[in-house]
Design a protein around this ligand. Structure first.
Ligand code: JFZ
Length: 457
């Protein structure tokens, strides 16, 4: 009898702790490779200005400018995105080859960009727009076959009086100007009275939700992370949760504004901005060039990750015009080379450089807010590899040479043939001294192109 009780306790504990989605959901995520991230809120309306001058910190400007909640909340009175069209957003994401969308339901300012019954500090109750954009976006995602998730700022909320932080110093990311008594803030009250009820309504009122993308867990405790994970699993067991739920209770890891140094077996996602900021900022005129976006994308995929590419729509609900070349490039490049991306896995190595120099794209471990881009800017001629069944794809990045030797291949790979996916080019190859010598012929049209290596079964 005692053994039976112990077994039941063990099983209940294991089931609780393993409140994670099943493998088929994770497999879908790993195969999908590309999603769209949307940062849209009251900060999109001010768009980098405050009191007639450029503000500091884009979506962080309430913090950087120490704006009293009473003053900041007045922005809602003017938030009226008359050009917002959910179907247009979703169709642009689908056109670019994106398979899911993550949209800010509540950022650090605490303002709900959905019809919250928990807090009137929301887009329906406090703005002339008076609509719930999330229900419109979710409907459009279902019509276009994209999955959907909510971004939710977990450990930072500048509307709520009970959200202490301690980075980079005590109160460093808290609202200490309206709520100065940092030592007496009770995080558990915030979790019980705002976080859990809002996560519950987000997972109850909008049908099937595929992701909760938590951000900045800050001082959330192990117990609080686990309780949130169990709550999500109880309401929607197929909803994936990222590791920013805190305390390692997520289904997948996040790296932000940087790339990984090597292959990671566990599911992971890199979130990158197209411009300099997460949210729309009228002074943000420098957007990553399309070939750089593809360069980062194929690096991420070669190491087993997904790219969550961010757009910050403006206060009228439109994507910045600077995002159009990048979205078009994803459409064109994936239209031609998508077989080397979707449904692939990392090969035994993620790639190599043309000059065999040491990999220069080191991760920058410094923590940054807002305006930070740790992705490599230098363009190194090199190769990335992906694998699907008995095919290895060689993704050739910014290589002008028409002949090169790859040391990652040997005669043991039993290569049957190598072909160029771009029919304007042809390939000659041979194994010499246990290396693969490749010569390409014809007109190279793409800065990043793909060769398909067919291996013998
Ligand atoms: C956070 C937010 O502050 C930012 O506004 C945006 O929403 C981004 C996606 O997430 O920024 C972070 C969070 C974590 C790290 C860096 C920036 N980090 O762990 O290095």
């Amino acid at each position: 009898m005692k053994q039976l009780i112990l077994l039941i306790i063990y099983l209940l504990t294991f089931l609780n702790l393993s409140a994670q989605v099943n493998d088929s959901i994770v497999d879908w995520f790993k195969d999908s490779k590309l999603g769209m991230f949307i940062h849209w809120g009251l900060y999109s309306h001010t768009a980098g200005d405050w009191k007639g001058r450029p503000s500091k910190g884009a979506e962080h400007f309430m913090l950087y400018e120490r704006i009293p909640l009473k003053e900041y909340s007045k922005i809602a009175n003017e938030f009226d995105p008359v050009d917002f069209n959910a179907s247009d957003w979703v169709k642009k994401a689908k056109y670019a080859g994106m398979k899911y969308m993550i949209v800010t339901a509540k950022h650090h300012d605490g303002f709900a960009m959905y019809d919250s019954k928990v807090s009137d500090y929301n887009i329906v109750k406090r703005t002339p727009f008076a609509r719930d954009p999330m229900s419109e976006i979710i409907k459009a995602c279902r019509e276009e076959g994209l999955k959907f998730g909510f971004y939710y700022s977990l450990g930072r909320d500048w509307e709520n009086p009970n959200v202490p932080t301690n980075w980079p110093v005590k109160g460093g990311r808290s609202n200490t100007w309206d709520y100065p008594d940092e030592d007496n803030k009770r995080l558990e009250i915030y979790i019980e009275e705002k976080v859990k009820p809002q996560i519950t309504e987000l997972l109850t009122n909008y049908g099937e939700i595929d992701f909760i993308w938590f951000d900045t867990p800050e001082l959330v405790t192990k117990e609080q992370s686990l309780e949130l994970r169990k709550l999500i699993f109880k309401i929607q067991p197929n909803c994936m949760v990222n590791q920013r739920i805190g305390n390692n209770y997520g289904d997948y890891e996040i790296v932000e504004q940087k790339l990984n140094n090597d292959i990671r077996k566990e599911p992971w996602e890199a979130c990158l901005t197209m411009g300099k900021n997460w949210s729309f900022n009228k002074y943000d005129t420098i957007y990553k060039k399309p070939d750089i976006l593809i360069r980062h994308f194929v690096d991420i995929v070669s190491k087993g990750g997904n790219l969550l590419l961010n757009i910050g729509p403006d206060g009228k609900g439109c994507f910045p015009v600077q995002t159009e070349p990048g979205l078009a490039e994803f459409h064109n490049w994936l239209g031609k080379y998508g077989e080397a991306i979707y449904g692939t896995q990392p090969w035994r190595v993620y790639g190599e450089n043309l000059m065999q120099q040491v990999e220069s794209e080191r991760i920058n471990e410094n923590f940054h807010d807002a305006e930070y881009d740790g992705t490599p800017q230098e363009i190194v001629p090199d190769f990335r590899y992906t694998n699907k069944d008995n095919i290895v794809y060689i993704i050739v990045r910014h290589v002008e040479d028409k002949e090169y030797v790859l040391s990652s291949f040997t005669s043991d790979d039993r290569i049957k043939s190598i072909e160029s996916i771009d029919s304007n080019m042809s390939v000659k190859w041979k194994i010499i001294e246990e290396k693969l010598k490749i010569s390409v012929f014809g007109k190279k049209k793409d800065l990043i192109y793909v060769l398909k290596v067919n291996l013998l079964d």
